[in-house]
Design a binder for this molecule. Structure first.
Ligand code: EPZ
Length: 428
């Protein structure tokens, strides 16, 4: 299994290109199930999760092809062509869904197009139990009959889905994607209340509109959908990854230096940028990206709680914790989205961080220095928090189980080492 080696102590200086968002790419790829025409996605990041989802979709009948390199083309992600001419299998078995939770989101599109689907329950994962009750509640409101059998969700809508009103009791990104992708082909009007407002939901909705869907309220918590009989193909460029943006911003904040995050959009992560400003990091938004700098000044501690967009994202919580572990004072981070998203705490402690946990709240007493050690990646965002800590730790940090990182960070060693970091991959 590959490992990442980081020798800490280098300031970061230069430019980091921001990739297309993983969490928009996955549902956008799934949206290809809704039409027999070709959906072309540009700016697709080269990630293990994207490759895996392409394989999973192939099982349902989605042909995919990726454009080769073009002369003179700036490295701007890949272009995927996805065509579900005919759905040949409406079943997503456990072996597939357990490997990627987002593959559960095929349920809504399959049900909308084929009027039936059998999809395995995804089960828990390292960050919490993560049930799917909200997905099922939403699809039932659109007329689906749902039964659970042998760990599978069996959903039917013999005469097609019908528009309905869905009011989510709590915000769920995945349930919003699933129900939205079902509602666009349901008969009549649907109202989705307390919908997730994450930019990735908006990106999927914009793509669905290009495919012929009728959706109003993008960016708000109420989505109004007029069902249509069929959708067509479309071209869509995936929006920039706000979590990758925030991660590199925190890396620069930790090491000091000055980096331009090329292609990043500040409006996608304003809450996180505000927290960095409060900590004393300089942030400057330009037309083409975001400049992040910390030169000479110390880091001020912060108090935050994660919350759905536009709040501070749970997907940046671990990275902020790594950063605050070297701040001048005591920070408090409360995790309100997932009940068990603190697996990085004990690994950061191996590097010398002083963190105490009290239920859903972590108290981080800043230390003057971290020291390199062997650590274990437990999930995607936890892994990258260890990279950030490793960049400032004295000596060598070895991060084991790097496959978590490869699921969501494109060319991370290359992007960081081009800015002066000493980081490489030990392939085994
Ligand atoms: C998406 O997961 C993201 N994944 C996650 O990113 C992200 O952390 C999360 O949204 C929150 O922003 C992708 O986009 C692929 P949720 P999702 O449904 O949709 C509870 C990463 O590192 N809930 O918004 O699965 C749930 O348990 C990943 O890239 C129910 O109770 O998250 C959680 O407490 C990790 N019932 C909360 O809602 C349900 O039916 C929010 O989960 C569904 C969710």
């Amino acid at each position: 299994m590959d490992r990442i080696r980081v020798i800490g102590g280098q300031r970061l200086t230069g430019t980091i290109p921001i990739s297309g968002a993983k969490n928009a790419t996955l549902p956008l790829m799934i949206a290809s199930l809704l039409t027999s025409d070709t959906l072309t996605l540009q700016n697709v990041p080269h990630l293990a999760d994207v490759q895996l989802l392409a394989r999973i979709l192939r099982n349902h009948g989605v042909d995919s092809s990726v454009d080769g390199k073009r002369a003179g083309q700036k490295l701007l992600g890949e272009t995927f062509h996805l065509t579900a001419r005919q759905i040949v299998d409406t079943t997503a078995p456990y072996e597939m869904v357990r490997r990627m939770r987002a593959s559960f989101w095929v349920l809504g599109p399959l049900l909308a197009r084929c009027h039936k689907a059998r999809v395995s329950l995804p089960g828990g994962c390292a960050i919490g139990t993560r049930p799917v009750d909200l997905h099922l509640l939403g699809l039932e409101a659109l007329g689906a009959e749902i039964n659970l059998e042998g760990g599978d969700v069996i959903a039917r809508a013999p005469s097609g889905l019908k528009g309905g009103k869905v009011t989510f009791p709590t915000v769920s990104v995945g349930a919003t994607h699933n129900v939205l992708m079902a509602a666009v082909l349901a008969k009549g009007e649907s109202l989705i209340e307390n919908a997730a407002r994450e930019p990735e939901v908006g990106d999927v909705a914009s793509c669905l509109i290009k495919m012929g869907a009728v959706i109003e309220g993008i960016g708000t918590s109420t989505l109004q959908v007029q069902g249509v009989d069929r959708l067509t193909g479309a071209f869509h460029a995936v929006l920039p990854d706000r979590i990758e943006t925030g991660t590199y911003a925190m890396a620069v904040a930790a090491t000091g230096g000055e980096v331009f995050l090329d292609g990043a959009r500040a409006d996608l992560l304003q809450a996180a940028l505000d927290v960095l400003c409060e900590a004393g990091v300089e942030i400057e938004e330009t037309n083409t990206g975001i400049k992040v700098a910390r030169n000479g000044t110390g880091l001020q501690p912060v108090t935050i709680a994660t919350s759905p967009f536009p709040g501070f994202p749970t997907d940046l919580q671990a990275q902020l914790m790594a950063l605050m572990s070297i701040a001048d004072g005591k920070s408090t981070i409360r995790e309100t989205i997932f009940e068990n998203r603190f697996m990085h705490v004990q690994e950061l402690a191996r590097l010398g961080a002083d963190i105490s946990l009290h239920g859903d709240t972590a108290e981080i007493a800043g230390v003057t220095r971290l020291r390199g050690a062997q650590v274990m990646a437990t999930d995607l965002r936890a892994s990258v928090s260890l990279v950030i800590a490793g960049l400032v730790a004295e000596g060598e940090t070895i991060i084991n189980r790097v496959y978590h990182l490869d699921r969501g960070f494109e060319r991370i060693e290359e992007k960081l080492s081009r800015c002066g970091a000493q980081i490489d991959r030990i392939v085994s």
